[in-house]
Design a protein around this ligand. Structure first.
Ligand SMILES: [Zn+2]
Length: 157
């Protein structure tokens, strides 16, 4: 079946679904900065029935309050598992690096390189947790460490 035309896909190789042991694993990851808050990312395989890029793996940034749904895609996981292909509109012009390029390079390095300079400079990579009371997804560093969300914490306290 032909994939729907999309300018961001043009020239990029989607990940084949027969890939069984990816180096870059799907999941929800939060990067905590030593000085400036945190960002949450999702790496997910698109459903075969998805309108956009079915069967490919997409890297997204959490951009809203709902950590189940408010993700904005900005890159594909490369077919060879050696990196991310940033979508054109998130790439900088000339030597400029967009914040998405920084996110992509940090996330990739922290996911694949235990000796990453990011770790040495105080950045942390946290995997999602589930709230011990309601089982909702936890993505903020404080909640991940406590194992409980802020609303539930008020109730059990
Ligand atoms: Zn909860």
């Amino acid at each position: 079946m032909d994939k729907p035309y999309n300018p961001y896909l043009n020239g990029l190789q989607p990940t084949p679904k027969e890939e069984v042991a990816p180096k870059i694993k799907n999941g929800i990851y939060t990067i905590e900065s030593p000085t400036n808050g945190h960002r949450t990312f999702r790496i997910k395989t698109q459903a075969e029935t998805a309108k956009f890029a079915p069967g490919t793996r997409i890297v997204s940034l959490l951009t809203g309050p709902d950590n189940n749904n408010h993700y904005q895609g900005f890159a594909f996981v490369r077919q060879d598992e050696n990196g991310f292909n940033l979508w054109k509109k998130y790439r900088g012009i000339h030597d400029e690096r967009t914040e998405y390029e920084w996110y992509a390079s940090m996330l990739l390095d922290m996911l694949t390189n235990p000796e990453s300079k990011c770790y040495k400079t105080g950045y942390k990579l946290l995997r999602e947790e589930r709230c011990i009371r309601c089982n909702r997804r936890l993505t903020t560093p404080t909640s991940i460490r406590k194992g409980i969300g802020p609303e539930c914490e008020k109730i059990v306290r």
